[in-house]
Ligand binder design. Structure first.
Ligand code: THU
Length: 135
């Protein structure tokens, strides 16, 4: 199975930026999922004139994984890249989707324009996650 460093996952996410559809915000984002079976799934943000129908890069990647047949909790790592001065963290809608599809200890790699990488986890970026309808 291919092995991927966090640097290589971040680089893959960065290479997606030209594919983002972001004519309104001019804020391209790329996200890469490393799946448990070693496959890579990519996503970019896809904006809409309504603004509200916009889909973030992270959700595009996760929804693509589901469409390809992956079940929940089959993600090994996530990398997110933008062209930002500071680290670009997933929005809170995407964080909730990450909770649904990732184990809590899944690493999340963030980056910024100077290439530095910030490593965190799903549980660190979503403390006290809502994840059950048990009553
Ligand atoms: N965006 C993402 O794709 N991922 C994030 O983590 C933050 C925000 C997108 C949504 C929108 O197209 C643009 O960035 C500006 O918010």
């Amino acid at each position: 199975m291919a092995t991927y460093s966090k640097e290589s996952l971040i680089e893959r996410a960065r290479q997606l930026l030209p594919k983002a559809y972001a004519p309104y915000s001019h804020f391209p984002v790329g996200a890469v999922l490393l799946m448990d079976d070693g496959q890579i799934i990519e996503g970019v943000n896809v904006e809409n004139v309504s603004f509200g129908a916009t889909n973030c890069a992270e959700r595009t990647a996760i929804f693509t994984a589901v469409t390809q047949g992956y079940g929940p909790k089959s993600i090994q790592a996530i990398a997110v890249a933008g062209d930002t001065e500071d680290f670009l963290p997933p929005c809170c809608i995407c964080r909730q989707v990450l909770v649904e599809f990732c184990r809590p200890d899944v690493p999340v790699y963030l980056t910024r324009r100077d290439g530095q990488i910030y490593e965190t986890t799903v549980s660190q970026i979503v403390p006290l996650a809502f994840e059950s309808l048990k009553m």
